[in-house]
Design a protein around this ligand. Sequence first.
Ligand code: PHE
Length: 345
Amino acid sequence: MVKDDLKKIVDDAKAAFASVKDKLALNAHKANFLGKKGPLAAIMAQMKSLSVEEKKELGMLSNVAKKEMEDAYLAKLDELNEEEINKKLMEETIDVTLPGYSFNQGSIHPLNEIVMELEDLFIGMGYEVAEGPEIETDEYCFEKLNLPKGHPARDMQDTFYINPEVLLRSQTSPVQARTMELKKGEPIKIICPGKVYRRDADDATHSHQFMQCEGLVLGEDITFANLKGALLEVAHKMFGEKNEIRLRPSFFPFTEPSVEVDVSCSKCGGKGCSMCKGTGWIEVLGAGMVNNQVLEMSGYDPKKIQGFAFGIGVERVAILKNGIDDIRNFYINDVRFLREFKEVK
Ligand code: PHE
């Protein structure tokens, strides 16, 4: 009797599960047939009044029935899941004939290109690349470089002040002082490329923001000859093996003696043309032997350690190498200009 009841329940459940079209309906049937208020639970509730033997048998039979219903439920669930996936796959077909997306590849900025070339050259000669803050203090930007407040040479480097003691650095030279303090009297061989700022009105040859690449070498036997050698390497690497350099006496408060360095004009080979204004030479950097005062201020003993420093104008090199006629081109982000520097591979 009970056996028949159970069979009917299982058949009804199977039929109900088979008839549904979605998971919501399937779960509703599951709750009806297998839940606490379902027909199976009702049969089990009768167990109390049965003998031990009968209980055993009913328990076994109802377990089989339960398992059968659960299997039917799971089979239907699988079926519905698969249907769902197939439907999604049908709906989300990819049209392989559609045109693809095109990605515009950028190019390395012409100034970064020069910095990378310089880094490559100097790292090859055993230099390290150092960095310093662009928002600098008056102390590091000027005072520690032998430019006390009121020094007339400050006029050439008027910059943007955040307050009387904090400014946008007008040169990369403060990195010299910072590195010397860090190295505490030890030898140094660094370059420091970076942005600098000055209060200049922008025109074809001036920009309120530009880049320099500082160099500093300190050691026991560093002489002016080493400086000249390093500068010649720069000229050869950046402009060509045939290029020569010319040193003219100059003045920087942090170097003594100081020089202005010209490279022979690569356009006319030194004969004189419009690029070199007829002189055959083009000025690219300032340099000199580090002033004893500067060494002492940063904890170096000039009797033991001396050396040289130089500051390369990155725009100047980029302009000369690429025949650019307006410095502002570097900063206005005109892609037509930047595209010119795209390497064709
Ligand atoms: N900092 C100097 C300038 O901006 C250049 C320089 C650097 C000169 C290092 C000598 C040594 O004019």
